[in-house]
Design a protein around this ligand. Structure first.
Ligand code: GUN
Length: 279
């Protein structure tokens, strides 16, 4: 039976550390979360981030603007926050309404305030070395592995999903930790065979029961990044948790695994950006 990787507990610890360090800075760090429209999932995520800011002593300098806001107006707000010395981090919650060009918006955020690490300049920094911030979800996964003494070194890691937010940066971080990494996606023909090779399996697709017990090697570490609802409306990931937990050595629950870690390391990114700005 697998040991649970308790993201909730570690997230609490990280947020306490961030709060202590933030309190010792000459100026309180500030985060601007920008929510465009009323996507229900995004509203939940943004409320979570507001609560985290409060717990960590980080100023919440964000705004919520209507779905009809023009791209021009959003770019103007970002320019204003780029110029505001009280703002250390800017996060535009995705997805954006269809009439707004996501690439253009992410490129408008000052790289020094890009706590998501989505700006192409920071994506490039990540490829070649050490950016100030790391993309929150993969960074949270690595911190969780580290807490439990799990290293990717010498291991075969399989990442399911190739998104810019999770799959691609997850691959880089596992590689940086000396893992041998395979990336699988919707066009991978032999998904089961690939998964069976994994010592560390990271699922980030968004498909209920994508990973079943017959796809998991005995003793594998299984990380479930996804946040889905099953037919009964219950929150679940990509992994058939009960059956896979019988075979895995470690597993993340959904909820309580990767989700809280993503939020906690965002606070750490804001602190890192603030420290860099106050140097
Ligand atoms: N929407 C879902 N995940 C994320 C994330 O990590 N950052 C932003 N900005 N939006 C998201």
């Amino acid at each position: 039976m697998a040991q649970i990787l308790d993201g909730k507990a570690l997230a609490k610890k990280i947020k306490e550390q961030v709060a202590a360090e933030a309190a010792s800075l000459p100026r309180r760090p500030g985060l601007a979360v920008i929510l465009v429209g009323e996507n229900p999932a995004s509203q939940v995520y943004v409320r979570g981030k507001e609560k985290d800011c409060e717990e960590c002593g980080i100023l919440n300098l964000g705004c919520k603007i209507p779905a009809e806001t023009s791209e021009e107006e959003l770019l103007r707000i970002i320019a204003e926050m780029n110029a505001d010395p009280a703002v250390d981090g800017i996060l535009v919650q995705l997805p954006l309404p269809k009439h707004i060009d996501e690439g253009k918006v992410l490129r408008a955020i000052s790289p020094a305030k890009d706590v998501d690490c989505f700006h192409p300049e920071n994506v490039g920094e990540m490829m070649v070395g050490d950016p100030i911030c790391w993309p929150c979800t993969p960074f949270g996964v690595m911190e969780l592995l580290r807490e439990y003494g799990i290293s990717a070194a010498g291991k075969h890691c399989v990442v399911l999903g190739r998104s810019n937010i999770v799959g691609k940066p997850m691959t880089l971080l596992l590689l940086r930790d000396n893992g041998t990494v395979t990336v699988c996606h919707s066009r991978t023909p032999d998904l089961k065979e690939q998964c069976l090779k994994a010592d560390i399996l990271v699922a980030a697709v968004g498909k209920v029961n994508l990973v079943t017990a017959d796809m998991v090697k005995e003793g594998a570490v299984v990380i479930d990044v996804a946040m889905n609802r099953n037919e009964a409306g219950k929150l679940c990931g990509d992994v058939d948790y009960v059956a896979v937990a019988e075979k895995a050595s470690y597993i993340t629950p959904v909820p309580g695994g990767v989700g809280p870690m993503t939020r906690a390391v965002l606070m750490r990114n804001v602190l890192a950006a603030a420290k860099d700005h106050q140097k």
